[in-house]
Write a protein that binds this ligand. Structure first.
Ligand code: PMV
Length: 333
């Protein structure tokens, strides 16, 4: 199994203490991609077909606590509720933890607490797996660096590799078959005035996982061959926008990138649409507000909810036009 081999390589680099701590604990922020990850070059290792760029959401994310328990199987708690062991999320957790068990009989108790809605397109699996990778590092006292922690997080969920570090994070696609050069790295620039508005239209679980939707898009969309060039262009524009603090360039590029990703999905077969009628209404509202002179843009992931992009000076207006919007300023000092 390729994942086991990657884990063995990385753990050889860390400290190898004989035992583990009583408890491991860590927090990881969630992240919103401004240039999306859509399509894999290796489905087992979650290696992306292209690079991507995200913004970590500061204090919004997941906390994970890990203990050893004296029983034959793991137990998982998500936001205070025990998880049935047969749910897809529990299976993903179990498969991930299998990579790190010192012995087959070693069972974990995992408690994950998020302060964002779960499975509502707010990358809860990204911060969930990132917090788990960090909690394992704490529990086993590996003392791994951020690059290797990012690679371990990626093995749980691709976008989790961008949730190890704060601020703007670029996920290098890498070229190596084992993915040792495919990890998230923070840019040095910060943008304290940049705000994200979470427009939650539904908290219902998405009908199709991002993994399945990505695979279908790559396999059936005749537009997919244009995606790597779009990403290359957008990544360069976003980095320029961040460096020059050019909000119009950032917003236009992020919105166009998200819409292109959804256009790829619409052109897949069977077609995929994550939008609800309310999603389209909210997009149209953003376009109208922009016509009227407000600098506001959106991005959308594998779910119907929108994330608005705007600057702190416009927060009051955005609140007035989108009642109930949750405004975050991830890099405010
Ligand atoms: O890492 P996954 O499998 O949850 O995929 C994330 C896909 C998007 O959120 C739609 C895009 C991205 O780059 O985060």
């Amino acid at each position: 199994m390729k994942k086991k081999a990657v884990v063995a390589t990385i753990l050889d680099l860390g400290r190898q203490p004989a035992s583990h701590q009583e408890m491991g604990h860590a927090f990881a922020p969630t992240n919103i991609a401004l240039c999306k990850y859509w399509g894999k070059r290796d489905t087992e290792l979650n290696l992306p077909a292209t690079p991507s760029l995200s913004l970590s959401l500061g204090q919004k994310g997941a906390s994970c606590t890990l203990r050893r328990i004296d029983q034959a199987y793991d137990t998982y708690f998500l936001n205070g509720q025990p998880l049935e062991l047969l749910t897809p999320f529990s299976q993903r957790l179990k498969n991930y933890l299998d990579l790190f068990r010192p012995a087959d009989s070693f069972s974990f108790q995992v408690t994950i607490q998020t302060n964002i809605p779960v499975a509502a397109g707010l990358a809860s699996s990204a911060c969930g797996f990132a917090s788990l990778a960090l909690a394992l590092n704490d529990f086993f006292a590996w003392e791994l660096d951020q690059r290797h922690l990012s690679i371990l997080a990626r093995l749980g969920s691709g976008s989790a590799c961008r949730s190890i570090t704060p601020g703007f994070v670029e996920w290098h696609e890498g070229v190596l078959a084992d993915g040792m050069d495919s990890y998230g790295e923070s840019l040095k620039e910060a943008w304290p005035e940049l705000c994200i508005g979470l427009v939650i239209l539904t908290e219902k679980e998405k009908p199709l996982s991002s993994r399945a939707a990505m695979e279908r898009t790559v396999a059936t969309s005749h537009l997919y061959s244009s995606w790597p060039l779009k990403v290359k262009t957008d990544l360069a524009l976003l980095k320029q926008a961040i460096k020059e603090q050019d909000f119009k360039l950032l917003g236009e590029t992020a919105e166009s990138n998200a819409l292109t990703m959804h256009a790829l999905m619409l052109s897949a077969w069977p077609p995929i649409s994550y939008a609800l009628p309310e999603t389209v209404l909210a997009m149209q509202r953003v376009w109208e507000l922009r016509q009227d002179g407000l600098a506001i843009y959106f991005t959308q992931d594998a779910g119907p909810n929108l994330k608005l992009l705007f600057l702190a000076k416009d927060a009051e207006q955005v609140r007035a036009y989108f009642p109930g919007v949750e405004v975050l300023q991830p890099q405010a000092t």
